[in-house]
Design a protein around this ligand. Structure first.
Ligand SMILES: [Zn+2]
Length: 378
């Protein structure tokens, strides 16, 4: 085919370029999207450039097949001018992100290109964007993290909390409901929550690693689990070093059968309503977990539980117990939520990471800390 003699040399060259480009495009069969195309389309949506632009161009050819002949030629010139890779990326982004993204993605490109990408290439039913978005959201839960689930499986609470990103991140994941692999009912966990709505399971649970805390004055022969026992020893030593005086304790672990008789005794004296305000029913007591301790102030001899709140020891504990993994479980003014009148003496061990998150977050009930409902009554 010879050039049209009526055209100027420049227009003739342009016409020839258009003709060659149109022919070249016509020879590319419009392929069905391949798995690689689907992956690269999703990659473009995440800001990655497809590693094989030729694949993106085949996607463009597919789009072009649906356009009128004159639009195809105009677009072919754009490609001939060296814009093929850019156009391919725009089309890939358009295919992955849908029409809303098209407008923004192509705003800085020739109008012709915008028209070409207005409708994304045909995408099969298992299409691109929605499954990708779901997959990204799902990775936010620590339950999908092998390091987290491995630590859980090994019973290593500290490692699990670290794998979740620390105490605050762990708390947030649990409270927001995205960590179903974390059970707040597992009696062996630091994050166990026992209250009037949440009995121990089994109801007569007893921990297996009870020990007497070293170098702490015990008014009863009453043990704690190993970790809280060690933490109590460290806390008592630190309080003494700080000049706050000696901290002793009255009662730590109480078995199901002990709690049964304790509670029955309270009921006999004051009736069920009064007993429930002051003492837990058997199977509902934190003392049965081996993670709770009732401290007393000692100055030579030791005072009572009621002496804690106004004592220097009590003041120091309010400020520093969290540093050792303990919280004041039944705080002032929170009976409506915790189910108990304030007990300045009752400390619950939840581990240093969670206790720090509890302290830093200004929480006053373990229920709110983990997003649980109030438990004012049985
Ligand atoms: Zn207590």
């Amino acid at each position: 085919m010879s050039p049209d003699p009526e055209l100027s040399p420049r227009r003739a060259a342009r016409a020839e370029a258009e003709r060659l480009a149109t022919e070249a495009l016509a020879q590319i069969p419009p392929p069905a999207p391949t798995r690689r195309q689907l992956r690269e389309g999703a990659g473009a949506a995440r800001g990655e450039v497809p590693r094989r632009p030729s694949t993106a161009r085949r996607g463009l050819a597919q789009t072009l097949a649906a356009l009128p002949a004159d639009r195809r030629r105009r677009l072919a010139v754009v490609m001939g001018a060296g814009a093929a890779v850019i156009v391919g990326v725009v089309v890939a982004i358009g295919a992955a992100a849908g029409s809303a993204h098209d407008a923004a993605a192509s705003a800085s490109v020739d109008d012709t290109v915008s028209a070409a990408v207005a409708g994304p290439p045909a995408v099969p039913d298992e299409g691109l964007p929605v499954p990708q978005v779901s997959a990204v959201a799902a990775t936010a839960t620590p339950c999908d993290d092998p390091a987290f689930t491995a630590a859980l499986g090994q019973g290593d609470d500290t490692a699990a909390i670290a794998a979740a990103g620390g105490g605050a991140a762990f708390r947030s994941a649990v409270a927001s409901g995205i960590a179903p692999c974390v059970s707040l009912s597992d009696p062996d966990r630091e994050w166990l929550v026992v209250n009037k709505q949440r009995p121990l399971d089994p109801i007569d649970y007893a921990p297996g690693d009870l020990v007497m805390p070293a170098n702490v004055r015990a008014l009863e022969q009453s043990a704690l689990r190993a970790a809280p026992a060690e933490a109590l020893s460290a806390m008592v030593r630190a309080a003494a070093d700080a000049g706050a005086g000696e901290i002793g304790y009255l009662s730590a672990f109480r078995s199901y059968s002990t709690q049964k008789s304790t509670y029955a005794g309270r009921v006999a004296v004051g009736g069920v309503a009064e007993a429930d305000r002051e003492s837990a029913r058997p199977g509902y007591s934190e003392h049965q977990t081996g993670k709770a301790v009732d401290i007393v102030p000692c100055n030579g001899s030791c005072g009572t539980l009621d002496d804690v709140a106004a004592s220097p020891q009590g003041a120091w504990v309010r400020e520093h117990a969290w540093e050792f993994g303990f919280i004041t479980r039944y705080a002032e003014g929170r009976e409506d939520y915790s189910g108990y009148e304030p007990e300045a003496w009752h400390l619950r061990y939840i581990g240093p990471e969670l206790a720090q998150a509890y302290h830093d977050g200004g929480y006053t009930t373990l229920e709110e800390f983990f997003g649980l409902p109030a438990a004012p009554t049985y």
